[in-house]
Design a binder for this molecule. Sequence first.
Ligand SMILES: [Cu+2]
Length: 109
Amino acid sequence: MMRRRGRELARWCAGALLMGSLAWLAACDSRAATPSVTTVALEVQGMHCGGCVAAIRTDVLAVAGVTNVEVSLENHSAVVTATSPESAAKAESAIRSLGYIVKVNPNQK
Ligand SMILES: [Cu+2]
């Protein structure tokens, strides 16, 4: 009787250990997948002054997931850094809804 109970306990322990390490592995995996960075270089047409640059900066930085934006009046460009491609796409449409023409710039990275 005692022996049998001990074996059951041992089996339970092994199961718990296995489950524990699986949970740990899963947590480890999701942590490794989280830090992703997307950088998108956009060509922005229609900027005329520093006010345009400031407006774009403000609206793009207000998009969830956008961590940085570099807007250049001279180069007609905006380089958006975001935590996901979805956020970068939202940033793109934020500039568009301000009235500017936005194109993904293939010459810049
Ligand atoms: Cu302006």
